[in-house]
Design a protein around this ligand. Structure first.
Ligand code: NDP
Ligand code: PYC
Length: 337
């Protein structure tokens, strides 16, 4: 029997949504969660695709997540919108805040969306891409759980703390990058463990502080930042900007709040949006053309843009469907029993 299963996008989405609904989340959450994991799977971001159904359902069953939370919007300042997720999952909170953020960015030139009290499990690129689709540049930051040691240390302090950026491009996919400030996302290590594969050197240390390529030992030890002190400083910035600045938990506090349950991290997220039309006025098109020249210079020497792999996968899976490990398929189906 094949080790993998291929599903059409519709089949995969129906499976995911059924699993979410069985866990007891509201239809609005099930819808937003399904769209998020399907976006990840369709782009072949396996660590943040259908695999995340398992963790989300576990987080609800452990009683941590408010499955019927209704996000609440407030506007504490002209360029700031806040969404209190009320301890529900983040995708519905983002959907709720998005039109407000777009309106404020168009009005002021730049604006911020602070999401508070959300359980966060997803990639950030769907969010910055949603803003780029509106012609805005965007930056998103969020902490997680304190799994990552600071450069020079051996104990988890930082989350895997992703930073995502999107720049809208006329007539093309946006320029987007989205990566953890750890050497790799924790989800990548979990997938290596599930597949029984070693992880690359430089990703983690074990509980004794020794370098390890064993995924289980890495999950029990501490992850490492990318680029040593540089990733460490960026990770601290994410903690500060998407933690204390917006009145929410750091990764250390999120881990304490979890109290060993192993639910998705609970904290805040900061999303910034910039309107090139307000920065540049009548000169916008000329300066956007200069940005295109930059991309041409990258591509012209055979290098690729970040997200190019994802966009190619998106085009392929639209007709070919998604292929996932048979074990993952069985694990999701078991949630329906
Ligand atoms: P990677 O180290 O795989 O880096 C991802 C980024 O780098 C993508 O934009 C990718 O584009 C780009 N990239 C990879 N290789 C190249 C290359 N050769 N040239 C140009 N660009 C390249 O990802 P991570 O493991 O760090 O993170 C994976 C995901 O995990 C992210 O989406 C992140 O948001 C998510 N995450 C979420 C967290 C949370 O708390 N919610 C925490 C940590 C991570 P491409 O995709 O096209 O390859
Ligand atoms: O893969 O590091 C990760 C992660 C943390 C929260 C969601 N994804």
């Amino acid at each position: 029997m094949s080790e993998t299963v291929t599903l059409s996008l519709d089949e995969a989405a129906r499976l995911a949504k059924a699993a979410f609904l069985t866990s007891g989340v509201s239809d609005a959450h099930a819808e937003a969660l399904t769209a998020t994991v399907m976006a990840g799977q369709a782009d072949e971001c396996h660590s943040h695709g259908l695999y995340r159904v398992l963790g989300c359902v576990r987080s609800v069953r452990e009683g941590k997540v408010n499955p019927v939370a209704e996000p609440r919007v407030s506007t504490p300042a002209p360029a700031i919108v806040k969404v209190d997720a009320d301890y529900g999952f983040s995708p519905l909170a983002f959907r709720t805040g998005l039109p407000h953020l777009v309106e404020k960015a168009r009005g002021q030139g730049l604006a911020a969306l602070a999401i508070n009290h959300c359980f966060h499990f997803s990639a950030l690129w769907p969010e910055v891409e949603a803003l780029a689709a509106q012609g805005l540049a965007a930056l998103a930051l969020t902490p997680s759980h304190a799994w990552v040691a600071p450069a020079g240390g051996t104990k988890g302090v930082f989350g895997t703390n992703p930073i995502a950026f999107a720049w809208p491009r006329p007539g093309d996919f946006p320029f987007v990058f989205d990566f953890a400030t750890s050497a790799a996302a924790r989800g990548e290590i979990e997938l290596h463990r599930r597949a029984g594969k070693p992880i690359p050197e430089g990703w983690a240390i074990d509980a004794e502080g020794q370098p390890t390529t064993d995924a289980t030992a890495a999950l029990a030890g501490a992850m490492l930042t990318f680029g040593g002190h540089k990733g460490s400083a960026l990770s601290a910035m994410v903690e500060l900007m998407a933690g204390p600045l917006i009145g929410d938990m750091t990764s250390l506090e999120s881990m304490a709040f979890d109290a060993g349950v192993g639910a998705a991290p609970c904290h805040g997220e900061l999303i910034l949006a910039f309107d090139p039309a307000r920065f540049l006025g009548a000169e916008k098109d000329a300066h956007v053309a200069r940005a295109e020249a930059l991309f041409d210079a990258i591509l012209g020497q055979g290098a690729r843009l970040p997200s190019q792999r994802r966009f190619a996968a998106r085009q392929r899976t639209a007709t070919a469907g998604v292929t996932i490990p048979r074990q993952l398929y069985a694990d999701i189906q078991a949630l329906l029993a």
